[in-house]
Design a protein around this ligand. Structure first.
Ligand code: SAM
Length: 253
């Protein structure tokens, strides 16, 4: 790879990932819009509406690698707008304090600020010892798992913190099955994304890293197997719009 991430030690990768997101934090939301031409909003809307938070009464959610709170905000809005639910809660966990700070500032402008409905905690998805086992009804991770050093460790921890019968839901980039579209995407991601990173965030390398991390992520059937291996049952995989996929898997009741 361009940066040789495959050969460096795990701690070093974690350190690099932390730096990448520290570097992009203040421009993160703007860059997401620029890179996806706004489509990431549709993927996220679609993801949350599949999960229907609040449909069975208030739930306890954990949004891991939650960053600036895009998923958390959608979960809370969905539960409130569709079901008049103001008791569903989302705890946002992220390894990067700068991303969390951006999220916190953003939530200040919402009705959830200073309520028990939302919290922000610095945590590594691979080990969250501050969270007791069997705590959450819903665990979400959006565009985050590919940045983690050990995907199996993340899945194991997700299984532990979910209540029996709880739902693991992951939104992530994946390989497109159509070779022509794949070639087009490769062209776009290797030239346009780092260029947008230079223009909007003054940081080509961080965006080059993001592109690389998408390429290295396991293909859909491989990832589905990793989820089952972590002890989850009855999985569904849904090819999303564009190149994102949503994964939902329930923990054994
Ligand atoms: N979920 C948000 C969204 O969809 O907009 C943010 C996604 S952002 C591409 C990836 C996030 O993963 C960053 O905020 C980064 O700090 C976080 N992250 C990377 N490695 C992590 C880890 N090991 N544990 C927790 N968060 C991590």
């Amino acid at each position: 790879t361009h940066f040789g991430f495959k050969t460096i030690a795990e701690e070093e990768k974690e350190h690099l990932v932390r730096n990448v997101f520290s570097s992009v934090a203040s421009k993160y939301d703007l860059m997401n819009d620029a890179m996806s031409m706004g489509v990431h909003r549709l993927w996220k809307d679609d993801f949350v509406s599949l999960l229907k938070p609040g449909s069975k009464g208030p739930i306890k959610c954990l949004d891991v690698a939650g960053g600036t709170g895009d998923i958390a905000l959608r979960i809370l809005d969905y539960a409130r707008e569709k079901y008049a639910d103001r008791e569903t809660t989302v705890d946002i966990a992220d390894i990067n304090p700068e991303m969390l700070k951006e999220g916190h500032t953003r939530f200040k402008k919402t009705m959830y600020h200073n309520t028990p409905q939302v919290s922000f905690t610095e945590a590594n998805a691979q080990g969250m010892p501050h969270i007791p086992s069997n705590t959450y009804d819903l665990y979400t991770i959006a565009f985050g798992i590919r940045n983690c050093t050990s995907v199996p460790a993340v899945l194991k921890e997700a299984h532990r913190v979910l209540k029996p019968g709880g739902t693991f839901a992951c939104l992530e980039f994946s390989k497109m099955t159509n070779p022509a579209l794949n070639a087009l995407y490769d062209q776009y991601s290797f030239s346009v994304i780092p260029m947008l990173g230079t223009i909007f965030a003054g940081d080509r390398n961080s965006y080059q890293y993001l592109v690389e991390s998408i390429r290295r992520f396991p293909v859909q059937p491989e990832f589905a197997k990793m989820i089952s291996d972590a002890g989850f049952a009855t999985g569904t995989m849904r090819e999303g719009k564009g190149d994102a996929s949503a994964w939902g898997q329930a923990r054994d009741p």
